[in-house]
Write a protein that binds this ligand. Structure first.
Ligand code: HEC
Length: 395
């Protein structure tokens, strides 16, 4: 009997001892959803775990307000979202090699600042806007030292970037300011030498996610193709009509918008150059090799027209409320940045940066469509990052 009692007590005691951890386990399982979700959201956006205080705030949004997006909007305030995630996001667009291993510059800083301040991102290619650092040597039109100093000092981009106008900082007339297109870094990379078609090609690639090869359309008019493009390359005019025209017919009348820009540098020192804007005067690079096709188009000003509004490239989703033609880089930038392709491209790039993979299955495609639709209502890029993190962190 006594041994029975003992064993019963033991069992009871064991049960009591067990019940506490079991209960705790039940509790933590119930809690682990939101806490784990919050941690993952934070990690996706900032690359590091949240502090306990931040984690509590995020969990509170998820549990008590049922609002994981609000939790993600807390995480995007972490310094590393700006210093690391956004810096790495924007840097490859600012150089021809598309490398992430390049210093901060006025192009990437302006992207980061616009996201931080929730500036309408469809003004990326048109606004008279430039972000500079508050605690660094003064901005110079001849070098990138200002931005490299910000990085060398380890300053937080979230804190030090200040919104200015290009016209007040670089002295470009405001009619020549065209968002990141007229930054020094973009000029160094894409207005250097050549014929300024490079700026157009990389803008399409980086901001509409379209390599020209993919959107060739040889059915557009040839009438704006410049004189330097031979109409019988290798003596064969069929090559021109079947191949060259596919890009050049549509590209040329858009790239005319850049006719007043150049990047001038001391011989042998490409990094010591500056953006030049010659309002009203077409850059000589637009008129070179005029003997290649004498009947070709002679650029007289910076007027542009978008032939791709018609034909197969109408699928890029041009904005019907815009005229489709104009003068200068800013209005052409608006043409590009108000297309559906631009919005979808920015969303897709944010998805890739946060989810660390390409959108794949149909659920991903639906998510991209949903975010693109929401992005087009106010062009708040910061929210797209937050939405992507919520999606990829699971629930
Ligand atoms: C896939 C699109 C595409 C096709 C096809 C194409 N081009 Fe181009 N072309 C470009 C781009 C983009 C540039 C600007 C390159 C740069 O500066 O980065 C360019 C530049 C040029 C230039 C200026 C070169 C210079 O900088 O001096 C000439 C001339 C030219 N192309 C002729 C042709 C001819 C002739 C053909 C057909 C055999 C052709 N292109 C086919 C996209 C294309």
């Amino acid at each position: 009997m006594s041994s029975m009692k003992l064993s019963k007590r033991l069992i009871r005691k064991t049960a009591t001892l067990l019940s506490l951890p079991v209960l705790l386990m039940v509790c933590t399982t119930a809690m682990s959803g939101p806490r784990e979700q919050a941690k993952r959201i934070h990690d996706r956006l900032a690359g590091v775990p949240p502090t306990p205080a931040t984690l509590d705030l995020m969990v509170d949004e998820i549990v008590n307000n049922n609002d994981p997006l609000a939790a993600a909007m807390i995480a995007v305030e972490h310094d590393d979202f700006y210093n690391v995630t956004l810096k790495n996001w924007a840097t490859p667009w600012t150089n021809e090699e598309q490398t992430v291993f390049a210093p901060l510059n006025d192009y990437s800083a302006t992207v980061i600042g616009m996201v931080r301040d929730e500036e309408p991102f469809n003004q990326l290619l048109s606004a008279d806007i430039l972000y500079v650092g508050s605690n660094a040597p003064v901005y110079s039109v001849n070098d990138n030292a200002h931005y490299e100093a910000i990085e060398d000092q380890g300053l937080n981009l979230k804190d030090v970037l200040v919104k200015r106008t290009q016209s007040s900082v670089t002295g470009i007339p405001s009619s020549g300011a065209a968002g990141v297109i007229s930054t020094r870094a973009a000029a160094r990379a894409f207005f250097i030498d050549g014929t300024n078609r490079g700026m157009f090609r990389f803008t399409m690639l980086n901001h509409l996610c379209k390599d020209l090869e993919l959107i060739k359309d040889p059915t557009r008019s040839s009438d704006r193709v410049r004189q330097d493009v031979s109409h019988s390359p290798g003596g064969d005019s069929r090559v021109y009509f079947n191949n060259c025209l596919g890009c050049h017919a549509g590209m040329e009348p858009l790239a005319e918008a850049y006719a007043y820009y150049n990047y001038e540098y001391p011989e042998g020192n490409e990094d010591a150059g500056r953006l030049v804007y010659t309002q009203g005067v077409v850059q000589p690079k637009y008129l070179i090799n005029s003997n290649n096709f004498k009947d070709g188009y002679i650029t007289v000003d910076d007027s542009w027209i978008n032939y791709w509004r018609e034909g197969p490239n109408s699928v890029l989703g041009w904005d019907a409320s815009l005229p489709g033609s104009g003068n200068g880089a800013a209005s052409m930038g608006q043409e590009l940045a108000n297309s559906h392709a631009f919005a979808e491209c920015q969303v897709t790039k944010a998805f890739q940066a946060v989810c660390l993979r390409e959108p794949g299955d149909s659920a991903d495609r639906t998510q991209i469509d949903t975010m693109t639709t929401s992005f087009k209502t106010d062009y708040n890029m910061k929210r797209v990052f937050a939405e992507s993190a919520v999606y990829c962190a699971g629930d």
